[in-house]
Design a protein around this ligand. Structure first.
Ligand SMILES: [Zn+2]
Length: 76
């Protein structure tokens, strides 16, 4: 599977708070900040989102990422 990274529009880094600095990996859905080098796996991100605020407005993005994972699993 080809590995690509793309920016997450409108997302800010949890570490340095820089806006639009996060890349998401197409394969494992991990994120990486191009500004400070912060990295987080999809699993860690889900846990931290739930812990910080259940009402966080990143819900649409999370649904989108889940759909991508589902498509990849079907291809495998
Ligand atoms: Zn950062």
């Amino acid at each position: 599977m080809r590995k690509t990274q793309r920016f997450i529009a409108g997302a800010s880094c949890p570490s340095c708070n820089e806006l639009d600095s996060l890349l998401v990996d197409s394969v494992d859905q991990s994120i990486e900040c191009v500004e400070c080098g912060f990295t987080q796996t999809a699993e860690e991100r889900d846990k931290s989102n739930q812990a910080e605020s259940p009402k966080v407005k990143t819900a649409p993005k999370k649904v989108e990422i889940s759909n991508i994972i589902r498509v990849n699993q079907l291809k495998d």
